[in-house]
Design a protein around this ligand. Structure first.
Ligand code: CS2
Ligand code: MG
Length: 402
């Protein structure tokens, strides 16, 4: 089954997406998400200039060999751009293989381990009261897990607070938005948010919160300890995770479960976190962690240490990524939860798919392959628009982590 054509489609139905589309000589097509928020053209160029010439004529069935060829053949290994590009190719090849077999992809990953995929939604608000009310709206819609984020007094442009209902799209046109962060106010504010949510809605659902890489280890330990009475499902991204050993300090002080990994792109970014049980959920995604082939390796390692999946699923990962994630989520034994932020109608029009949300769960379709495609005519209606993620500074003007 030779690869006859490979396209990189950049489209922007409200936000930028990069999609790899592979066509074999018998006309079978496969798609893969290669979107890297704020750096989309870097991945698109890596694919177009460096990977596509290597793929024409290769056997599409040789997924593992192609992964090894693209990873080890580059000499310069790992990194978000390289691994997102490889992910786009890898995911498209899995799509093709499943279509050729006439099976939904999860059947090629070992078959069903579960009937449905538990998801969590994003409740956000400018105040604690607004956020508490928003959590209620998610519970009314049947969600069994909700992330709560509210604006922090004394900061400007708090992470996670958007203006588009239950969607949060942090990237914006033009140069990066400069936000102002203040940890002292945040450390006082967050426990009040958790208390208010539990006070109003009780403990009958999973409550999570994203610290978004902002704290030092001891600050994260303090917040984890303060959160214990509110029984969080997880505190996410407590600190910048390049320093995996720093999580030992957090673990020494709190039993609040820890999730991290959405920015990781290889098993080496999280090997210590997993093997020392410094985290409870690994958030690596199909799109940013080298595709289905590499994500399975990470999740298999995690299984050995009792770490469960919690894959990233914000709207800057396309429906192609979400469809692939649902097949992986359906098959693996150590599934934890799947992030789910509904895409816009324009995005769903560009990426028709068969997964469905019902009563707090997502259900992948039974179509052969991933169950998602890209409508190239619709995609052509939305040209690329330069956009950046924000940056964060402290009140004294120094750079912080966004
Ligand atoms: C967030 C994301 O979904 C999450 O947990 O961390 O909103 C993240 O900020 C964006 O995906 C970055 O592009
Ligand atoms: Mg996050």
């Amino acid at each position: 089954m030779r690869i006859a054509d490979v396209k990189v489609i950049v489209t922007s139905p409200g936000r930028n997406f990069v999609t790899v589309k592979i066509t074999t000589e018998d006309g079978t097509t496969g798609v893969g998400d290669a979107t890297l928020n704020g750096r989309e053209l870097a991945v698109s160029a890596y694919l177009t200039e460096h990977l596509l010439p290597l793929l024409i004529g290769r056997d599409a069935h040789r997924i593992e060999d192609t992964w090894q060829y693209l990873y080890r053949g580059a000499y310069w290994r790992r990194g978000p751009v390289t691994m997102t590009a490889i992910a786009g190719v890898d995911t498209a090849l899995w799509d093709i293989k499943a279509k050729a077999a006439g099976l939904p992809l999860y059947q090629l990953l070992g078959g069903r381990s579960r009937e449905r995929v538990l998801v969590y939604g994003h409740a956000q608000g400018a105040t604690i009261d607004e956020t508490v009310a928003e959590v209620g709206r998610f519970l009314d819609r049947g969600y069994r897990a909700v992330r709560a984020q509210s604006a922090v007094p004394g900061t400007q442009g708090t992470y996670g607070i958007g203006s588009d209902g239950d969607r949060y799209e942090p990237a914006s046109a033009g140069l990066p938005e400069e936000t102002i962060w203040s940890t002292p106010e945040y450390l006082d504010h967050a426990p009040e948010l958790f208390a208010a949510v539990r006070e109003k809605h009780g403990f009958g659902f999973h409550l999570m919160h994203d610290m978004h890489h902002r704290l030092t280890p001891i600050e994260a330990a303090r917040l984890g300890k303060a959160a214990e009475p509110y029984r969080l499902f997880w505190l996410e991204d407590p600190t910048t995770a390049e320093d995996q050993s720093a999580f030992r300090l957090i673990r020494q002080h709190t039993t609040t479960p820890i999730a991290t990994g959405e920015v990781f792109n290889s098993i080496y970014d999280c090997r210590q976190l997993i093997t020392e049980r410094l985290i409870d959920y690994i958030r690596t995604s199909v799109t940013h962690a080298g595709g289905i082939t590499h994500l399975r390796r990470i999740l298999s390692l995690a299984e050995l240490y009792g770490v469960r999946s919690g894959s990233h699923g914000a709207t800057d990962l396309s429906p192609v990524c979400l469809a692939a994630a649902l097949h992986v989520d359906t098959a693996i034994p150590n599934f934890g939860i799947q992030e789910y932020m509904p895409h816009t109608p324009a995005t769903d029009r560009v990426f028709p798919h068969d997964y469905r949300f019902r009563d707090g769960f997502l259900y992948p379709g039974e179509e052969p392959g991933l169950g998602v495609d890209i409508d190239e005519n619709a995609a052509a209606e939305y040209p690329y628009e330069p956009a950046y993620l924000p940056v964060a500074r402290l009140h004294d003007g120094s750079m912080h982590d966004w």
